[in-house]
Design a protein around this ligand. Structure first.
Ligand code: UDX
Length: 454
């Protein structure tokens, strides 16, 4: 099928590369000409494991374009995968979404186009996008748009760092539309994934036991709500274990064991029960805020989701409080942060706990040193005003530090020579913000070890 994708961020690029790999003819559109130049040169503007490799395999089916003209006039499906960043009041900024909708209306010249919202959009946006597309089509072409467009919602559930795996072997595919023809087009598009009939690349082997993928085909509003409800649930699950973690700490219980003990109950499940400094990233914070904001428009409160947000906010403060309790005075101390990305295997810094924590420590008069295995360049570009010392290695972070805080549980950090780390520090104190390090081993090397819970 002929597919166009507007936006080459994590979602758009991953979707485009996967659909191209599956044999569809895909045009990726982005207004950022630098990104387009990079992509044409076979490079990716984001760090995502195996994306470059899969993009190379899909290359014969992929093209990259810096403008709408010439890139979607005869498409059968267009995905809108532009950013919907949070605005000051927590509601998503829909500027790029509306630009994309208008661009589609102006440049489509074929018979029938399915316009798919892949961006996480507020509930009800499908209808809004539809009206913008039709309006700009009618203005541009001077004829009625009736019957030419149908809007669908196809939320993504991919996690950064495992985006390709999550896209090729999803737990489910959700498609929402009030138009049967649009649903049929999307079934055909996703057929190879639904039936798992494609040959998986060697570096992205099909996990054992993956058979046909369940399809939820539903109305627009339900598909839009599924996305928010899923993310809010996962965020709440993490905040729940972090709340239990606080009590575990008081009563002397081990939160990892508690999480395992409850997670093995199949009704609860073991995933997303890793206690620590909590969630960051582009989705959980934004989507929980948007859900609360939407509910408010209907005079509803969402106390569970709000509590999950509050607990997450407090987890970051707890890092500073714990260091203060241990070091007594923070002013003039050197604190090293290991990890900047909001989680391992990505260079994404959106809502990364490290940024918040660095700011709080600086406010308290600390000297803050930072390191990340992949996000350093991006950090220096995006946060030039944050006055921290950027280090080239974790060992450099340890030099003369009064404490280290593990913020992102990169495998590299688990495997560090912690004996050497201890020897370079002023005092070997580590705050394991992800409960990811081997406490007994670190204590053998003379570390005073603090977990974030338990
Ligand atoms: C999330 C959703 O998982 C995905 O389905 C959605 O489409 C986009 O948002 P992502 O933000 O990429 O994906 O990362 P995810 O792996 O979900 O982690 C989010 C945050 O939660 C990270 O900061 C991570 O460190 C934290 N987390 C995750 C925990 O603190 N504990 C856990 O047990 C799991």
């Amino acid at each position: 099928m002929r597919v166009s994708i507007i936006g080459t961020g994590y979602v758009g690029l991953t979707t485009g590369v996967c659909l191209g790999f599956l044999g569809h003819k895909v045009t990726c559109i982005d207004s950022d000409q630098n990104k387009i130049a990079l992509l044409r040169a076979g490079k990716t503007p984001i760090y995502e494991p195996f994306l470059t490799e899969l993009m190379a395999e899909a290359r014969p089916n992929l093209s990259f374009c810096g403008e709408y003209a010439g890139s979607l006039q005869d498409a059968e499906v267009v995905f809108i995968a532009v950013g919907t960043p949070p605005s000051a009041d927590g509601s998503p900024d829909l500027r790029y979404l509306s630009e994309a909708a208008r661009g589609i209306g102006q440049h489509f010249e074929g018979d029938f186009l399915v316009v798919v919202n892949k961006s996480t959009v507020p509930i009800g946006s499908g209808n809004w996008v539809g009206s913008l597309v039709r309006e700009s089509y009618e203005q541009q072409h001077g004829r009625k748009a009736n019957g030419h467009f149908s809007v669908a919602s196809n939320p993504e559930f991919l996690r950064e760092g495992t985006a390709l795996h999550d896209s090729l072997f999803p737990d489910r595919v959700v498609i929402g539309s009030d138009n049967n023809r649009a649903l049929q087009v999307l079934y055909s598009l996703y057929r190879p994934i639904l039936d798992q009939t494609f040959a998986a690349p060697t570096y992205l082997a099909r996990p054992e036991g993956v058979g046909a993928v369940p399809l939820i085909s539903t109305d627009l509003a339900s598909a839009e709500l599924i996305k928010y409800a899923a993310n809010a649930f996962l965020a709440t699950k993490i905040s729940y274990i972090n709340e239990i973690g606080q009590l575990a700490e008081k009563v002397g219980a081990d939160i990892s064991q508690v999480a395992k003990g409850i997670g093995l109950d199949a009704r609860i499940g073991t995933r997303f029960l890793q206690a620590g400094i909590g969630w960051g990233g582009s989705c959980f914070g934004k989507d929980t805020a948007a859900l609360v904001a939407t509910a408010r428009e209907y005079s509803l409160s969402m106390p569970i989701v709000e509590a999950a947000r509050e607990i997450n906010r407090r987890q970051r403060e707890r890092v500073v409080e714990k260091l203060l309790a241990e070091l007594k005075i923070l002013k003039g101390r050197t604190i090293g942060l290991l990890g900047l990305a909001f989680k391992p295997n990505t260079d994404d810094l959106r809502e990364a706990p490290a940024i918040d924590i660095a700011r709080k420590l600086i406010e308290r008069g600390c000297k803050v040193k930072v390191h990340d295995p992949v996000a350093m360049d991006r950090f220096e570009r995006e946060y030039p005003d944050l006055s921290v010392v950027c280090c080239e290695s974790p060992e450099e972070v340890a030099d003369e530090a009064d404490a280290l805080a593990l913020i992102t549980e990169w495998q590299d950090y688990r495997e560090l020579d912690w004996e050497v780390m201890a020897s370079r520090m002023r005092s070997p104190l580590v705050l394991d913000g992800r409960n990811a390090l081997d406490r007994a081993r670190l204590e053998r090397f003379g570390f005073r070890y603090l977990g974030i819970a338990g």
